[in-house]
Design a protein around this ligand. Structure first.
Ligand SMILES: [Zn+2]
Length: 338
């Protein structure tokens, strides 16, 4: 069964994400009643080291205490991992791959996510917001799984940089997209002041917003980029970031590669160097349905691994742990204006 509280535990607003485990369990839902009954759903800390959601919610609630304009449901994700400041604990799956999707999953986390989804579908939410951070340098952007106008309007309240994606499977915003406008927001690196500020402004805006059929803003600024593939490093290839090698590895990834995020890269842009010309291609690039399209996008030039097409990368990370757990980056097609 899922735990649903009708108020926040006392003094919880005074603690950082690392202390939340003392107040709530993983997957706790908190309902806070507001003037407009139809709730806004907010998901935080699905990844335990991404604290911006909690940092922004604390301020939002303090500023609106006892006079919330709209009811909220807040879902606390992985507070156990947050205690250790980790994305997830060793024995845990990635929470944001366990939501109801195309592939049925049977682990305990997936069962919870499925119950939460069913419960929330019955609450008829106004919108759903899932708050994340990146480990690399990225602009703050919003991700949507549908190009319906309410989704684009919701995303544009957060940022003019919007990406559309349909994989990976099992993400929260994908599951909720079936019954309400849903967005994943990526608020830069965890804990940075500008990310918290932008998230707070967005949530403030949303709890006052009466409709998503039209929203204020400049339509001509809205550009939606389309994610079409994922770049992973093969598990048997040893890797390091240039300048941070502690022992010889197969593939050294360029330092500051994350500066390329959201920029159109020319053909021949170097991502890193192999230890030897005979070492195999270190990447596997897959499209949205899992086909291997590596040869179309990357090639070896001597020891260098270079792009073969013009592409826009997103979410390039310089964290070896994140590369191993998730991926090196995503590739996107240039923007379409909406
Ligand atoms: Zn995340």
């Amino acid at each position: 069964m899922i735990t649903i509280l009708d108020q926040l535990p006392e003094n919880i607003l005074d603690v950082d994400a690392t202390e939340l485990y003392k107040f709530v369990d993983n997957h706790t839902l908190v309902h806070l009643a507001g003037q407009i009954k139809r709730p806004l759903f907010i998901s935080i800390l699905q990844h335990g080291d991404e604290a911006t959601g909690w940092d922004a919610i604390k301020i939002l609630i303090k500023q609106n205490i006892n006079k919330l304009p709209r009811s909220l449901y807040i879902l606390f994700g992985n507070v156990q991992a947050a205690k250790e400041n980790l994305r997830q604990l060793e024995h845990q799956p990635d929470f944001n791959r366990c939501w109801p999707g195309i592939h049925k999953q049977h682990n305990d986390v997936a069962m919870k996510m499925s119950q939460i989804t069913e419960f929330m579908a019955n609450q008829n939410p106004f919108a759903s917001v899932d708050i994340h951070n990146n480990t690399g340098r990225n602009p703050h952007y919003a991700g949507i799984n549908s190009l319906k106008s309410e989704f684009i309007n919701l995303a544009s309240l957060f940022s003019d940089t919007i990406i559309h994606f349909t994989s990976p499977d099992g993400i929260q915003s994908g599951a909720f997209a079936k019954f309400c406008p849903s967005v994943t927001i990526e608020c830069g690196m965890s804990g940075t002041a500008d990310g918290i500020e932008q998230t707070l402004t967005f949530l403030e805006n949303l709890i006052h917003q009466s409709t998503l059929e039209s929203v204020p803003g400049f339509v001509e600024h809205r550009q939606v980029l389309n994610i079409f593939s994922t770049v992973k490093v093969k598990p048997d290839i040893s890797i390091a970031i240039a300048g941070k090698e502690t022992s010889p590895v197969n593939f050294v990834i360029n330092n500051d590669l994350d500066y390329h995020n959201f920029h159109l890269l020319e053909v021949g842009t170097v991502f890193g160097q192999l230890d030897d010309e005979s070492t195999e291609m270190p990447f596997i690039v897959t499209d949205q349905i899992g086909h291997d399209i590596t040869d179309h996008y990357f090639e070896k030039r001597g020891k260098n691994i270079c792009t073969k097409q013009k592409v826009v990368p997103a979410m390039i990370t310089q964290s070896i742990r994140a590369i191993r757990l998730d991926c090196l980056c995503y590739l996107m097609h240039p923007a379409i204006q909406y």
